[in-house]
Design a protein around this ligand. Structure first.
Ligand code: GUN
Length: 291
């Protein structure tokens, strides 16, 4: 058996094109959607994510307010910047790229963002509303995973979804979303202290890997016919590559393709969906200013 490769790149492109139409309509009404992205320091993965966001903003026709700050920027300075963006009527969405340098309290920065501009969906107000199924900004990667499943025709209702990883950004929110009444999956969350991980992953109808460990999910951990969603983006050294590295997921892709019924590749799987959902949230934040 060879799995269907889930084309996140093209599903994300269709989300962006729908967002672009919304941006054009809204701009016609005098509101030009604008996202402020704040990057502190020069973590290579973060630098690359931020350029991806800038490309997407240009493509959908939104205003790009990217602010690059040196790695030694103080927490107070960053909190003041967030406060000024909160009060800037031309800015509809605010995203502070994570991780932040160690001397800055990440949670304090997230809490400082006005929830109505928190297009990452990381503020406790948005996370709480997500939990109780009220309208809110959904975190972009988990939301992107749901859209991939839906667009690929993978049924979540009644399915056993096993998530490996319990981060605040992916594993935890995804566990909540999949268990909500609009997905109706039965959810198991695995983590570093899980006993006999493989015995649990082998029960998954939908297996989601979000650990950040290259190729740790081997083919024998996958139930034949399962759908596999690989959220990992890991850089591994590769002398034959132009920049000396290449990207691999948390799943050992080629052998997994022989077992799964459908699988996301890395790159061009979940990654582009994260940015597409960010564009959607920013459009929604701008639309709300008219309500
Ligand atoms: N770092 C990795 N993923 C994300 C994300 O979705 N949002 C932010 N702000 N930082 C990240």
């Amino acid at each position: 058996m060879s799995a269907t490769i889930i084309d996140g790149y093209s599903i994300a492109a269709s989300v962006r094109s729908r967002v672009a139409e919304g941006v054009s309509r809204l701009t016609g009404k005098g509101v030009h959607p604008c996202l402020a992205v704040v990057l502190v320091g020069d973590n290579p993965a973060s630098v690359s994510y931020v350029s991806g966001k800038e490309r997407a903003l240009r493509e959908v026709g939104m205003k790009d307010r990217t602010i690059r700050l040196p790695a030694d920027t103080g927490e107070k300075e960053l909190l003041e910047l967030v406060d000024s963006l909160n009060h800037d009527p031309d800015v509809h969405g605010i995203l502070v790229q994570l991780p932040l340098p160690k001397h800055i309290n990440e949670q304090a920065v997230i809490m400082a963002i006005d929830p109505s501009k928190d297009v990452d969906g990381f503020h406790p107000v948005n996370l709480g509303n997500m939990l109780i199924e009220r309208e809110c900004f959904l975190p972009c990667t988990p939301h992107g995973v749901l859209v991939l499943l839906r667009e690929t025709g993978i049924t979540t209702a009644g399915a056993h979804a096993v998530i490996v990883g319990r981060s605040n950004i992916v594993g935890k929110p995804l566990s909540v979303l999949l268990a909500r009444r609009d997905c109706n999956a039965t959810v198991t969350v695995c983590h570093t202290k899980t006993r006999d991980l493989a015995a649990i992953t082998r029960q998954a109808d939908i297996l989601i890997a979000a650990v950040g460990s290259p190729r740790m999910i081997s083919a024998d951990m996958i139930k034949p016919g399962a759908a596999v969603i690989d959220v990992g983006v890991n850089r591994v050294a590769d002398d034959t590559a132009k920049n000396g590295y290449r990207l691999v997921g948390d799943v050992d892709f080629a052998p997994a393709c022989e077992v799964a019924s459908a699988i996301t590749p890395v790159p061009r799987g979940v990654g582009p969906m994260t940015i597409a959902m960010l564009m959607e949230n920013t459009l929604e934040a701008a639309l709300r200013t008219l309500r």
